[in-house]
Design a protein around this ligand. Structure first.
Ligand code: FAD
Length: 538
């Protein structure tokens, strides 16, 4: 294990040793190459692992190359550790807010940060078995530990060994972008690769970047007890999310005591005896703030360096990554890409979905398309923001006319009973057809709720379909049905309403009522004589 590995795997306790033992066994010997491979996969994050296991199960000869830990960002330095500590932060927040439920807990809520982090390491190491080198070798995948570099359009090098391939998949992921702030490197900072190694809670934490990663971790650390300040260059947090959704999170952050420094970013950082002094342009000129740790969450850059993509004839851009077509094929028709290295949607589920597309298209000449996917994502703040498809802004940019239906959680019984009324289900439909175009849900459980809309969107359903589906009562998912009901009501229109009112009035009138009664009696008499006739016939 090299220095970087150890830096991202501190403390080297039993859990991290298990993690390393699974995902980068220190005593691992690379196999001898077995001639030409059907598929060589570069990078063993989610995309690489999904592709390698899928190909091996389909009988392909597969090689998988990983320079660091199998499992990539998601397992080691991303989703898994962040969601583990977010769970603890939620528990701490719930404990502080018990009074609203009529429960009085005596004494102060004390967060044992070391225990929170140990729990995370324990759970992460337990999960790591699924991504272990041995498990993949047992599946029939040739696992090579080392840095990969293309030699030619059909061969790749790892630790002095050349692998020849029919097809290759680039799945090298992305890394934190570190902004060029004067003195930041000297003062020291955390990224997602080091923050999960902390064992002491930073008393004062500055987060650079108010995007999903920055917001999730800022709220978690605040709830665990840190004083937190977020620097964000735009005027609002989470500017890529629905504006109403982002506004709710921003207000919640202020309520929870997170300091927001918007429209600005650090200009200079200096290490002082008492911490790190950040200089920034404030409202009254140059201002400073003293913190103990700085977390950089200012975007992700694709891992394209060091691969010698030029030798392979693969085109790329240092910002947007490997260039692929809708079938995820690169400029070299033998080579495909999947996951963070080529996508603007940097999510684990997208790494998985694109690995499956690339696998189908590369090994079976498939025609699966990236553009066919309905793409959901979730920002795991509290409340969560879940989104799928188009936003109103995006629809407008594309010239697509949409109508929007919003059900506030304050009107959903379960949310009221849970004391979780902050949020809404907002669904956009294409004007005319009523087909779902996109949606945003803000709720404590938004991530669990969005899949229903994703399914409807992926299958081209109109919103009224969701109104016909029975939603168990009381659940917060009834907000989705509520938005669908609003859509149905909007379809009535004044003319149809007039016709219906006329019809109902007609049904109430004495003459029509008497006629109806007469018809019912006549129908009953006819049925009776028919039954009698049938019996005699028998
Ligand atoms: C803090 C944080 C929280 C996140 N939370 C979520 C979440 O809740 N939900 C979600 O969907 N997504 C989340 N993400 C994003 C998610 O982690 C990524 O989208 C996902 O891991 C991408 O998978 P990947 O396979 O494309 O790349 P990676 O997981 O980055 O894997 C790429 C692998 O390639 C290896 N590699 C790179 N270059 C070479 C080379 N030359 N030779 C050999 N190997 C190489 C790397 O070492 C790495 O292991 C989070 C990310 C972060 C940072």
């Amino acid at each position: 294990l090299n220095e970087i590995l150890i830096r991202g795997l501190l403390p080297l306790d039993e859990y991290n040793q298990t993690l390393a033992g699974n995902t980068h066994p220190p005593d691992w010997t690379n196999p001898r190459p077995r001639g030409r491979y059907n598929l060589v996969v570069v990078g063993a994050g989610t995309a690489g692992l999904v592709a390698a296991s899928g190909a091996a199960q389909l009988g392909a000869r597969v090689a998988l190359i990983e320079k660091s830990l199998l499992g990539g960002d998601c397992l080691n330095w991303g989703c898994v550790p962040s969601k583990a500590i977010i769970r603890c932060a939620r528990a701490a927040d719930d404990t502080r807010n018990l009074a609203q439920f009529g429960i009085r807990a005596t004494g102060e809520t004390i967060v044992d940060f070391a225990a929170v982090m140990e729990r995370m390491r324990r759970l992460r190491s337990a999960i790591s078995f699924h991504d272990s080198a041995k498990r993949f070798a047992d599946m029939g995948v040739d696992v090579f530990l080392g840095e990969a570099r293309f030699n030619s359009p059909q061969s790749i090098q790892v630790g002095g060994t050349e692998l020849i391939f029919s097809k290759a998949l680039i799945a090298t992921g992305a890394k934190a972008v570190v902004p060029g702030i004067d003195g930041l490197a000297e003062a020291g900072y955390q990224t997602n690769e080091t923050i999960f190694s902390l064992t002491d809670l930073p008393a004062r934490l500055a987060v650079i970047g108010g995007g999903p990663l920055g917001c999730e971790l800022a709220q978690a650390f605040r709830r665990l007890g840190s004083e937190v300040v977020i620097f964000h260059r735009p005027a609002h947090l989470l500017e890529r999310e629905d504006e109403d959704a982002a506004r709710i999170i921003q207000a919640r952050f202020v309520e929870e005591g997170i300091r927001l420094l918007l429209n600005t970013s650090p200009r200079k950082v200096a290490r002082t005896g008492g911490g790190k002094l950040i200089h920034y342009a404030g409202e009254s000129g140059e201002e400073t703030i003293l913190v103990d740790k700085i977390l950089v969450g200012a975007g992700r850059a694709p891992n394209v360096d060091g691969l010698d993509l030029e030798s392979a004839g693969v085109e790329y851009d240092v910002r947007s990554g490997v260039k692929v077509d809708d079938h995820l094929r690169t400029a070299n028709p033998r080579i495909y890409a999947a996951g963070d290295v080529c996508l603007p949607y940097k999510f684990t589920h997208m790494a998985e979905a694109t690995a499956k597309i690339a696998l189908r298209n590369s090994l079976f000449s498939g025609r699966a398309r990236l553009s066919d996917l309905a793409i959901p994502w979730v920002t795991y703040t509290d409340p969560e923001i879940a989104h799928v498809g188009m936003s109103e802004r995006e629809a407008e940019e594309k010239g697509i006319a949409v109508d929007t239906f919003v059900k506030p959680l304050a009107q959903v019984d379960r949310a009221v009973l849970d004391g979780e009324t902050e949020g809404f289900a907002k669904i956009h439909v294409r004007r005319g057809s009523g087909r779902i175009a996109g949606a945003t849900i803000v709720s404590r459980h938004a991530g669990e709720m969005i899949t229903e809309i994703t399914l409807a969107l992926a299958r081209g359903l109109a919103l009224n379909t969701l109104s016909d589906i029975i939603h168990p009562y009381p659940t917060q998912a009834e907000a989705i049905k509520g938005a669908a009901d609003l859509y149905n009501r909007s379809r009535l229109g004044p003319r149809l309403q007039k016709i219906l009112s006329f019809w109902m009035a007609l049904k109430r009138s004495a003459a029509v009522f008497a006629l109806g009664e007469y018809m019912n009696r006549a129908k009953a008499a006819l049925k009776k004589s028919l039954r009698g006739w049938k019996k005699r016939g028998d």
